[in-house]
Design a protein around this ligand. Structure first.
Ligand SMILES: [Ca+2]
Ligand SMILES: [Ca+2]
Ligand SMILES: [Ca+2]
Length: 387
């Protein structure tokens, strides 16, 4: 552990062998556990055949006796040894009874190791605990290099247990109490795919007041999900139409109350929030085009010629597949939509220059009447595909 001005050590062990000059104990605040006397440290030392408790200070790897207290102990008995180090003051309890105190007027100022030690002894150790001092509130660091370096194995198994005890002004210790803590410092995995619409991915919609999306479920193995959030934007990564909004734990949503712009493509973003409050990177759909439902005003077909609006012309009509489009550059880029006789959007595109040759139809299109819609002209052109 890192050096602390005030620290508390608890070791519970029993000595089990019957012969020899039997002793065991532990160094605290050692600066080098590889050395025979652990460099610079304090050694709490229980001598069974001498029937005493020893405290040594090791300086430059040399033992110096600082305290000797008569104390009877028997083999095959658990002893709880507790040591308080407080800026040079050392107090030792055996089974809860204060047995020795000593103050180092030149206290150790560094030392990162606790080191168990035996001499002609076999011991069974129940536990070794190092307690750091705290205030009335204490921040515990978590993360790969934190004091708690483990995340929950699953959402219902806490990663750690925080224990605490307090000492009264007479030096008496409370019983330890504890609380279990859940730890998750990583965001959920992002959803694999977001699809426009409520089923397989859709590319166009004719409903101008709402948009839907559905997405692959995801999870967080450590803390599970609190909610999904969705957003709608005019570009992937840009939630400029609907900002991030909780969706609960369902994997689809329909957002109503929209006023969609004809010819605009909209994108759905989805991200997951875990129970630690961490948010995944968002996943965006590949977009859905809003195209107003087609209406065909037969009366407007010829009146277009008598207005000041520039003319867009196309030929041949009927066609076997391709058409040539002419018109002024002021209309560029020329956005167009092709609908079938049922009013269903078949395809759409943009002409970057005029005149242009446009492969309007594709193999598989059935012969008959189609409608070519040019938003800039607010005009629908009937086109016949020759069978
Ligand atoms: Ca000293
Ligand atoms: Ca996590
Ligand atoms: Ca789509």
């Amino acid at each position: 552990m890192a050096f602390a001005i005030r620290a508390f050590y608890r070791v519970k062990a029993r000595l089990t062998n019957a012969t020899g000059n039997r002793r065991w104990g532990f160094h605290i605040l050692s600066d080098d556990p590889t050395l025979a006397q652990r460099g610079n440290s304090y050694l709490i030392w229980l001598r069974y055949d001498n029937q005493d408790l020893h405290l040594y200070e090791t300086i430059s790897n040399t033992l110096n006796t600082r305290l000797t207290v008569p104390l009877s102990r028997t083999p095959n008995t658990d002893y709880l040894v507790e040591v308080l180090y407080d800026n040079g003051y050392i107090a030792i309890w055996i089974d809860g009874i204060l047995r020795g105190e000593w103050t180092d007027t030149s206290p150790l100022t560094s030392g990162s190791y606790v080191s168990l030690r035996t001499n002609q002894a076999t011991i069974e150790v129940d536990f070794v605990e190092v307690w750091q001092s705290r205030g009335s509130a204490q921040v515990i660091s978590v993360g790969p290099t934190g004091a708690l370096a483990t995340q929950n194995a699953n959402p219902t198994t806490p990663a750690g247990r925080l224990r605490t005890l307090v000492q009264d002004s007479a030096g008496n210790w409370s019983s330890p109490t504890y609380t279990d803590v859940n730890v998750d410092w990583t965001p959920p995995a992002p959803s694999a795919e977001v699809r426009d619409g409520l089923g397989p991915d859709e590319s166009t919609t004719s409903i101008g007041t709402q948009l839907s999306a559905n997405w692959d479920p995801t999870t967080d193995p450590h803390s599970d999900l609190l909610t999904y959030e969705y957003a709608i934007g005019t570009a992937p990564g840009t939630p400029d139409i609907v900002n991030w909004t909780p969706a609960g734990l369902t994997t689809s949503v329909t957002h109503t109350g929209l006023s969609l712009t004809n010819g605009q493509t909209y994108y759905f973003g989805v991200r997951a929030v875990n129970n630690a409050g961490l948010t995944s990177t968002p996943t965006w759909s590949n977009g859905i085009l809003y195209s107003q439902p087609l209406f065909y005003d037969a009366g407007a077909t010829d009146s277009i010629l008598s207005t000041n609006r520039p003319a867009v012309r196309l030929y041949p009509n009927p066609t076997t597949g391709a058409i040539t489009v002419t018109g002024p550059d002021s209309l560029l880029p020329l956005l167009w939509f092709l609908y079938d006789s049922q009013g269903r959007l078949i395809r759409s595109g943009e002409l970057p220059s005029l005149p242009a040759s446009l492969d309007l139809f594709e193999a598989g299109d059935e012969g008959g009447v189609y409608f070519w819609y040019v938003p800039q002209m607010e005009r629908v052109y009937p086109i016949v595909l020759a069978p």
